[in-house]
Design a protein around this ligand. Structure first.
Ligand code: 6PG
Length: 240
């Protein structure tokens, strides 16, 4: 694992650095594979990044958008990660709708939708069942509790090793989420972390040993690149 940690002076600098890194990685993927597959993080931190990416002149027809997790709500619900990315970015660029691959949340059950999305991923990547597809870029955040995607502490989703997609559980609320093994296959993972409230989680994530069941972001140990972009508030975890 090739891990790089950068602490930026403030949130604006974090977003600018993230824009530079994400665009560079997308362009590199297109250079190498004539397409880029990127899975987006939800929550609040990445929204200004998505707004900034929307201003870039990129070959949108070669870029495929996925999500690492989704709240189990309709796309037009205020909590929808898909809805946030569409309004901040995707609605502002000329990207084909067929390049946007949202996690379904309108099925009979979250379990059925998780299986449906898993089938969509196998079909898109043309990988055989059991073979984990490799995303070019996966963007992630962490919660104050050190969850990432919708892999919440001490939940069933943390133990799922043979699936691409599973059902997460946030305080009884269902989520659809990539599994840790799928995330770990990515060529490049980029965590965006801002704010003092993340310091405790970071101190555990970077501890020499802590229980990944309690601090799920510790499960993210990719074979590829692992970038941590922190603002100075979050980065202060190192001051103890
Ligand atoms: C989600 C996200 C989640 C998020 C963290 C951090 O669906 O909420 O995917 O994992 O990245 O909760 O959220 P903030 O960026 O809002 O702090």
């Amino acid at each position: 694992m090739n891990q790089i940690v950068e602490v930026l002076p403030d949130k604006a600098a974090l977003i600018n650095r993230a824009l530079d890194l994400v665009v560079t990685k997308m362009q590199a993927a297109i250079q190498e594979r004539d397409r880029c597959t990127i899975a987006l993080a939800g929550g609040g931190t990445p929204k200004p990044l998505y707004e900034a990416i929307a201003t870039q002149d990129l070959p949108w027809e070669k870029i495929h958008i996925f999500w690492g997790d989704e709240r189990y709500v309709p796309a037009d619900h205020p909590d929808s990660n898909q809805g946030m990315a569409r309004s901040a970015w995707l609605s502002k660029v000329n990207i084909p709708e067929t390049n946007i691959h949202p996690m379904p949340t309108d099925g009979v059950t979250p379990e059925a939708d998780a299986s449906k999305h898993e089938a969509q991923l196998y079909d898109f990547f043309k990988t055989s069942v059991g073979e984990f597809p490799q995303f070019d870029v996966i963007l992630l955040g962490i919660g104050d509790d050190a969850h990432t995607a919708s892999l919440f502490p001490n939940t069933e989703a943390l133990h799922v090793r043979d699936r691409l997609v599973t059902v997460g559980n946030k305080d009884g609320q269902p989520r659809i989420t990539f599994t840790a093994p799928l995330i770990n296959q990515a060529h490049c993972i980029i965590f965006l972390v801002a704010g003092a409230s993340k310091q405790t989680a970071l101190s555990q994530i970077f501890a020499s040993d802590a229980d990944p069941m309690t601090y799920p972001a510790r499960l993210i140990q990719p074979q590829g690149e692992l970038w941590w972009l922190l603002d100075s508030e979050a980065g202060r975890w190192q001051e103890g």
